[in-house]
Design a protein around this ligand. Structure first.
Ligand SMILES: Nc1ncnc2c1ncn2[C@@H]1O[C@H](COP(=O)(O)OP(=O)(O)OP(=O)(O)O)[C@@H](O)[C@H]1O
Ligand SMILES: [Mg+2]
Length: 331
């Protein structure tokens, strides 16, 4: 039987009049990699902060390992390793000193600290850099140090808030490997991400969150099934022609989602025949389209279907710019 290692029920968090979390329900199973996928401001970090007791919920309940977060926050903190959205290694300290500091903060037994620290340096591939100041490390090295630092007290749960935002592709896939390896060792992993392909690559189950509400939870294939059977039609057209195309699709019983100049719709079981019918009809009506194509459902399609919006471009360009801005602000 699957055990819920985290149980969140009807969680509400308000900041003044603003509702950041609007009745969130979700369970994380022991041993899985669970992803919280959503755009900027969706409420991902707020959920984590409430779980860790860094923010007080307005209402609703959170249980970690059966422990109520309003009563047993110290125990909960000990059960969780947390890698925050921003890099928080101490620049002035060496890698080893960073790890020792955190081991003490997390109350690792004094006699166990040296072993844990050496193990962490090995895990992070930083043995040669143990006595080098962390401030001189590359972004990838800092993230690696941060990951082992968050696990220094050997917790059963690891939470990563946008672990790869701002990392280049190589460092990202490298971090994915480490996360998978930790999960293989039995660690339950919860991560937030704005990257569809990250959720797709890493997560056993995904919750899609938007404006403080969970829109859907499931495995990647369960979520993709929400888009409908068959392929997804995508048409890009001039604004004046959009209505005509939507009406035309309606005649074939196809409900379209329109987002600026892009129309998407599920083509149903007999996708290729339907695609031909539609392209012919568009031609007959002499409607100009800029592009028309069909593809297998992606998480992007799921997101569009559930929220009416696109999560972000998958290149991560915006993200790196944003993270840079954040880090600059912090310094
Ligand atoms: N301390 C706060 N006071 C007021 N509003 C807040 C506070 N913290 C978060 N918010 C608001 O709550 C909403 C959710 O924020 P949150 O940081 O949880 O989003 P997120 O999904 O983590 O986004 P991102 O991907 O940008 O990190 C946002 O609209 C944010 O502006
Ligand atoms: Mg966040």
């Amino acid at each position: 039987m699957t055990k819920n290692i985290i149980e969140i029920k009807r969680l509400v968090k308000k900041f003044g009049d603003f509702t950041a979390l609007d009745g969130v329900d979700l369970n994380v199973y022991e041993g899985e990699v669970f992803g919280l996928l959503g755009p900027n401001g969706a409420g991902k970090t707020t959920i984590i902060n409430v779980v860790l007791g860094l923010l007080k919920q307005t209402s609703g309940s959170v249980y970690v390992n059966g422990l109520d977060n309003t009563k047993h926050i110290e125990e909960i903190k000990r059960a969780i390793g947390m890698m925050t959205q921003e890099t928080v290694v101490e620049n002035e300290l060496t890698a080893r000193e960073n790890l020792e500091l955190f081991a003490k903060l997390y109350q690792v037994d004094n006699d166990k600290i040296p072993k844990r620290v050496e193990y962490a340096l090995e895990e992070a591939d930083l043995v040669k850099f143990g006595d080098v100041r962390a401030g001189t490390f590359s972004g990838g090295m800092q993230r690696r140090l941060e990951l082992v630092k968050s696990m220094i007290h050997n917790p059963p749960i690891l939470i990563l808030d946008e672990p790869t935002t701002g990392l280049d592709v190589q460092n990202r896939t490298e971090l994915w490997k480490r996360i998978r390896a930790l999960n293989k060792e039995g660690i339950t992993v919860i991560l937030t991400t704005q990257y569809l392909e990250e959720a797709d690559a890493l997560c056993d189950r995904i919750a899609i969150i938007d404006h403080g509400k969970i829109k859907a939870i499931g495995t990647v294939s369960e979520l993709k099934a929400l888009v409908g059977t068959g392929n997804v039609l995508e048409i890009i057209a001039k604004p004046d022609d959009i209505d005509d195309i939507v009406k035309l699709l309606k005649k074939y019983d196809i409900d379209a989602v329109v987002k600026s100049d892009k129309i998407t719709a599920s083509l149903g079981k007999d996708s290729s025949r339907m695609f031909t019918k539609i392209t012919n009809a568009i031609e007959d009506k002499k409607i100009q389209v800029l592009a028309i194509s069909a593809h297998l459902p992606t998480l992007d399609d799921v997101f569009i279907k559930l929220t009416g919006g696109q999560i972000r471009d998958s290149t991560g360009e915006n993200a790196s710019a944003m993270t840079r801005a954040r880090l600059m602000k912090k310094r």
